[in-house]
Ligand binder design. Structure first.
Ligand SMILES: Cc1cc2nc3c(=O)[nH]c(=O)nc-3n(C[C@H](O)[C@H](O)[C@H](O)COP(=O)(O)O)c2cc1C
Length: 206
């Protein structure tokens, strides 16, 4: 549902691409989608293809439950990114970088990149990690490096709102310490601020 008082940003088409083993980044993607829609954007929430063998997924109840929860979420394709003029990626931290499932999806984008179709879109990144200092910043930063290769327009939140300080002070993007308790109010507020700001900045560029 669009908010009639929001910025006139109907031209903003935001692809929110996430991977989530246990649900944190799925919840982050949904939170961002709600804020972006309220700001007037057309939004696609998309999961990346699971690459782990199914018997490995089945071996962990929490992983299997998340797979079932996201069964109806469409799987991201290069065409979704071609459609979008704004891209937001949310990935768990894996040893200080993005999950291999996200990197595998990114590695399918050579064709789009080669024809210039990834250029000039806004880009922002979010992550979660078990530990506050367990690599949240490097995960976001390495996603921004990839987006720079595309010729994307980076839209990190910086310190553009007090909620960035309240939520841990990461200027690169919303980052959640995954405790298994779900998103805190400050997590949600920082995600919503980041998504809304990306929509507003993308709208200015149309
Ligand atoms: C293989 C692997 C590597 C991980 N590496 C890190 C890490 O470097 N730092 C950290 O704090 N947490 C690490 N974690 C924890 C994940 O970041 C955490 O489970 C994830 O953020 C939860 O997000 P999700 O619920 O969307 O899957 C790792 C988890 C796995 C399975």
């Amino acid at each position: 549902m669009t908010n009639p008082s929001a910025t006139d940003s109907k031209a903003v088409k935001l692809a929110i691409v996430y991977y989530s083993t246990y649900g944190t980044n799925h919840a982050m993607a949904n939170e961002a989608a709600e804020a972006a829609r309220a700001a007037g954007a057309e939004v696609r929430v998309l999961k990346v293809q699971e690459t782990a063998p199914q018997d490995v997924v089945n071996g962990q109840d929490a992983w299997k439950a998340q797979q079932e929860r996201s069964a109806n979420v469409p799987t991201a394709s290069p065409e979704d990114l071609e459609w979008a003029n704004a891209i937001l990626i949310s990935s768990p931290t894996r040893f200080g970088g993005a999950a291999s499932q996200v990197r595998t999806f990114i590695d399918t984008l050579g064709g789009l990149w080669g024809t210039g179709k990834l250029a000039d879109k806004t880009f922002s990144a979010m992550t979660s990690a078990q530990n506050a200092n367990g690599g949240q910043e490097t995960t976001s930063q390495t996603l921004y490096i990839t987006a720079m290769h595309w010729g994307a327009i980076l839209v990190p939140p910086g310190y553009t709102d007090p909620v960035i300080f309240a939520s841990g002070g990461n200027p690169y993007g919303a980052s959640v310490s995954a405790t298994g308790e779900g998103l805190s109010d400050t997590d949600k507020a920082s995600i919503r601020h980041q998504a809304k700001r990306q929509v507003e900045i993308t709208a200015k560029l149309q």
